[in-house]
Write a protein that binds this ligand. Sequence first.
Ligand SMILES: [Zn+2]
Length: 123
Amino acid sequence: MFECPSCNKKTISKSSKFWIGPIRSITCKNCNAKVSVPYSSLFLLTLYLALMLIIPKMRMNLIAILVMIVVIFVAYIYLNYKYVPLEVKLRKNENGYKKQKIKNVIMATCYFTLSFTFIFLLT
Ligand SMILES: [Zn+2]
């Protein structure tokens, strides 16, 4: 279980942390705060997905490919649990909502610009 960033009680289960993204949030059962992850977590997810697309195209035998896919999947879960922080998603009437919203829009724009540039350079 993970601590809720708002009330510091262990209310966030491992499986629910795996499925939350910057857009998808969950509600803490104890304090009712909306809990999410920062946009920077998308970089880790993208790296993971990119590797998952590249590995099957490499010229290796099937077993080596399967082993690498499992290793990277486990590494992704480990990094996600260990390094992706949980954050409280503020509601409209709460202090700092606008500031968080602006930060998120900037992060999302950076992310999409970077990933499109990367795709453009690869093709
Ligand atoms: Zn809470």
